[in-house]
Write a protein that binds this ligand. Structure first.
Ligand code: ADP
Length: 469
């Protein structure tokens, strides 16, 4: 393995002078020892089999520094009759190409990594947008909707295909002011934002989808600017506030119902007191007694109403302790019916397990039973009989109050135990606050029982509750 000859190009590649010729290979170029290309050279010498190398790294001194250079080469054994006498090495340096390709590969790897990161953050963002409780809609500079997340689709009743066709002022989704009148386009928060370039927050509007229920949404609208500061579109985030609005409307309605209810006994009380005042000097004992009874009745009515209001508040805040004692349920019901019997318009008929003793809060149960009986009297005035049944089951007792009044339509039954609910709506046909059944249900639930109604229009109603024994 002595270097027999080397042309100029080979010397230039190895960065050596011609004095390496005549020296053993590893003595002339010691730095290449251990490089795979050198091992292969020895292999060819030992085996006599030709080998080729491609882009093989070899350490070479250049400008006093040991650098890795790359070569394509072919090793051919030189033979004579006695066998292998040497190896011919034809080498081409391809360092520049290899380095250029490596750089390209690095750039591609970096780009791939970047795309991966981008894709994963895109997936994360999409995940957030998909699970957000707010609707998100993006419009372009012309007002055309270009994106709406799942919640936006749900709130607006939009399908994926419809999104592309919709502008926020699309007439099929009628935008409404809070008073229900049509919302002019230039009052829409997105238009205001696009016209002024200023964000606006928490603007409530109504939206009537093509075939859906009217929704109320609270919109935040923010402009999107490009790097030159040109307005290129807008992003709207909106929340379905239909329930919040419904509750506000319900509260307003309730205040008007409650004021009306309170005014009736107050007016009557005022009238009785004025008449009593006028009678001061010349008292007519018979009239005096009558007016006093009337005044007391109005005052009791007023105090009942105030109690209902207080109870409903306490109950909704979960503030009502129960004190259980053992008592006869039939006796309690009997007491609760006294006032109906006294008036004499209805017959109260008892049946079932009249000897049953139960353990419960007597005062609270009194309230429930009085409410059910009073409702039967109030809402079924023409029903002559009110039937009360006490039935003992294996581990609970069921008390039912039946009337043969007008009954309750099925769509109203599901709301009947809700706070403030009155099936007649705002007709004010009957007095009441829509609290009686709500309070009753809370009391029964607190005892671990259930409450319900079986009713059909025209066939009367049976209100019932159960208590665990
Ligand atoms: P209120 O105090 O206004 O009477 P309730 O909570 O006691 O309110 O009752 C709620 C609604 O249930 C009433 O507005 C009425 O429409 C309906 N309702 C209750 N009892 C009866 C009944 N026996 N027959 C028909 N409707 C009833």
């Amino acid at each position: 393995m002595v270097i027999d000859t080397a042309n100029h190009a080979m010397l230039a590649i190895l960065n050596k002078d011609a004095d390496i010729i005549g020296k053993p290979l590893l003595q002339g170029i010691p730095e290449i020892e251990g490089a795979p290309a050198v091992d292969m050279l020895f292999e060819v010498f030992n085996t006599g089999k030709a080998l080729d190398g491609n882009e093989s790294p070899v350490p070479i001194f250049r400008n006093g520094i040991l650098e890795t250079r790359y070569f394509n080469f072919s090793y051919r054994p030189l033979m004579d009759d006695s066998g292998i006498v040497g190896v011919m090495d034809i080498a081409v340096e391809v360092t520049e190409q290899v380095l250029a390709r490596k750089k390209l590969e690095d750039i591609i790897a970096e780009k791939t990594e970047l795309t991966k990161t981008l894709r994963s953050s895109e997936t994360r963002l999409q995940g957030i947008l998909d699970t957000m409780a707010e609707g998100v809609g993006i419009i372009d500079a012309t007002g055309q909707m270009v994106y709406a997340n799942s919640m936006a689709q749900r709130i607006l009743g939009l399908s994926e295909d419809e999104i592309k066709e919709r502008t926020y002022g699309d007439s099929r989704w009628r935008n409404l002011r809070l008073d229900g009148s049509p919302l002019p386009d230039d009052e829409h928060p997105m238009t205001v934002m696009m016209q002024t370039g200023l964000a606006c927050y928490d603007q409530e509007i109504g939206v009537q989808p093509p075939d859906g229920e009217r929704r109320y949404i609270s919109i935040n609208a923010a402009p999107i600017f490009d790097e030159q500061g040109t307005l290129t579109g807008g992003i709207g985030t909106f929340m379905d506030v239909t329930n919040r609005r419904k509750m506000m409307i319900q509260k307003d309605d309730f205040i008007s119902v409650a004021s009306h209810e309170l005014r009736t006994p107050v007016t009557a009380l005022k009238a009785s007191l004025q008449l009593l005042e006028r009678m001061k000097k010349d008292v007519n004992p018979e009239k005096f007694d009558k007016l006093l009874t009337q005044a007391n009745r109005s005052l009791n009515k007023l105090s009942d109403l105030i109690n209902s209001l207080l109870n409903s508040n306490r109950i909704s805040q979960g503030r009502f302790p129960i004190h259980k004692i053992k008592f006869s349920i039939a006796e309690l019901i009997d007491e609760c019916c006294q006032h109906v019997r006294t008036v004499g318009k209805h017959d109260v008929i008892f049946s079932g397990d009249l000897d049953l003793q139960i353990t419960a809060d007597e005062q609270l149960l009194d309230q429930v039973i009085v409410n059910l009986i009073n409702n039967a009297v109030k809402y079924a005035p023409n029903s002559k009989e009110i039937k009360i049944n006490i039935a003992q089951h294996q581990n609970y007792v069921k008390v039912s109050v039946s009337d043969s009044g007008p009954g309750i339509p099925p769509d109203k039954i599901k709301h009947i135990f809700e706070r403030y609910y009155q099936a007649e709506g705002g007709t004010r046909q009957f007095s009441g606050l829509g609290l009686g059944l709500y309070i009753s249900a809370e009391i029964i639930h607190k005892h671990g029982g259930e409450i319900g109604v079986d009713s059909e229009p025209g066939k009367g109603s049976t209100f019932w509750f159960t208590l665990p024994l």
